[in-house]
Every structure is written in structure tokens, then in C-alpha cells.
Design a protein around this ligand. Structure first.
Ligand SMILES: [Zn+2]
Length: 178
């Protein structure tokens, strides 16, 4: 059932979902809209009353979502951007990472495991693009050379002659790269 209720000048539309299993009511407000889950025995006038009582809260919640509509999609976008960069540099280096995992890494921007899985800090999603490229290249180079040897840095340098500049940003922003 779809209902409507006025709040000031705006109209709030809500979906009512009745369920036999439900004992309590719950209002869910997100970008997709307002969903009101209620026990099956709740009458339509009871439903209207509850919504009426909650309309200010619903309206505020909706405003919050209107203010920050893109938080999730920015994150998604950044992840797919980074995956794209990984594909780009993997091709250049001719390496294949086992998998890419974004997680909360304490004190690190990224790391590569012995079996060539690459862990990237979720904080990297907020880093400037040239810096992201450096972290990606750095970790991919570890697939070829595990330790930070001369050869390792030469390899990084070959594909990114200005890597030291990009590395500075990481140092300034307080984490190490492994
Ligand atoms: Zn490293």
C-alpha cells in the first residue's frame, strides 16, 4: 500500500508493508524512499496515526539524504577508478594480482601479500589521483620484487620517474607504504 501525508508544503510518500511475522513497527527512510513495516493486524487508521506522529522525523531524515546524496556513489566511483588504474599498470608491468581488497589498514596505504593479493587502505579513496597511481604501481611492483631493494625502486622509477614527489604526499598524510 502506498500512502501520502502532508508536511508543510511538501508531500511525503510512503510504502506500507504488512507482515504476519512482525510484532513491532519500523520506519525506514533512505534514498529509495520511506518504507513503513508493520504487523499485519495494524489497521490503516493506526498506520496513518503513527506516520502522522513521525512525519517531522521522516522529513528531517529525507533532508539529510538530500544533502549528501553521493556519499556511497563517490566511494563506488573511487573504487572502480582504482581498479581501472590497477588494470592499467598490471598491463604495463605484465603482472596479475591475485585479488584486490579495500580495508581499514592501520598506518598503511597498501601492502602486498606473499601470494600477491593487494590490500589497499580505504583512506586511499580520498587521496589525489597521482598519489593513487603511485600506491597502485608500488604494490604491483611488489609482485615482481618483494623487498624494497635497489631493483625495486628502479622498477618503480622506470614507470613513474616522479614517484618521489607523489610519495611525499603519503608521508605528509601520516602513513607508510609497504
Ligand atoms: Zn613496498
Amino acid at each position: 500500500m502506498i500512502g501520502k501525508i502532508r508536511y508543510g508544503n511538501s508531500v511525503i510518500q510512503y510504502h506500507v508493508i504488512k507482515s504476519n511475522r512482525r510484532k513491532t513497527s519500523e520506519i525506514q527512510v533512505d534514498k529509495g524512499g520511506v518504507v513503513f513495516r508493520v504487523p499485519a493486524k495494524k489497521t490503516n487508521s493506526e498506520i496513518k496515526k503513527t506516520i502522522e506522529c513521525k512525519k517531522q522525523w521522516i522529513y528531517k531524515k529525507q533532508l539529510e539524504f538530500a544533502k549528501q546524496p553521493n556519499k556511497v556513489s563517490i566511494k563506488k566511483y573511487s573504487k572502480s577508478f582504482i581498479r581501472g588504474r590497477i588494470r592499467h599498470y598490471s598491463g604495463k608491468l605484465q603482472v596479475t594480482p591475485q585479488k584486490i581488497v579495500f580495508k581499514k589498514l592501520r598506518g598503511r596505504w597498501g601492502s602486498t601479500t606473499k601470494d600477491n593479493a593487494i590490500n589497499l587502505s580505504v583512506d586511499l579513496l580520498k587521496a589525489p589521483k597521482p598519489v593513487i597511481d603511485y600506491v597502485v604501481l608500488h604494490e604491483l611492483c611488489h609482485i615482481k620484487i618483494k623487498e624494497h631493494s635497489h631493483q625495486f625502486w628502479n622498477l618503480v622509477h622506470r614507470f613513474m620517474p616522479d614517484y618521489e614527489q607523489r610519495r611525499k604526499w603519503l608521508d605528509l598524510n601520516g602513513k607508510v607504504i609497504i
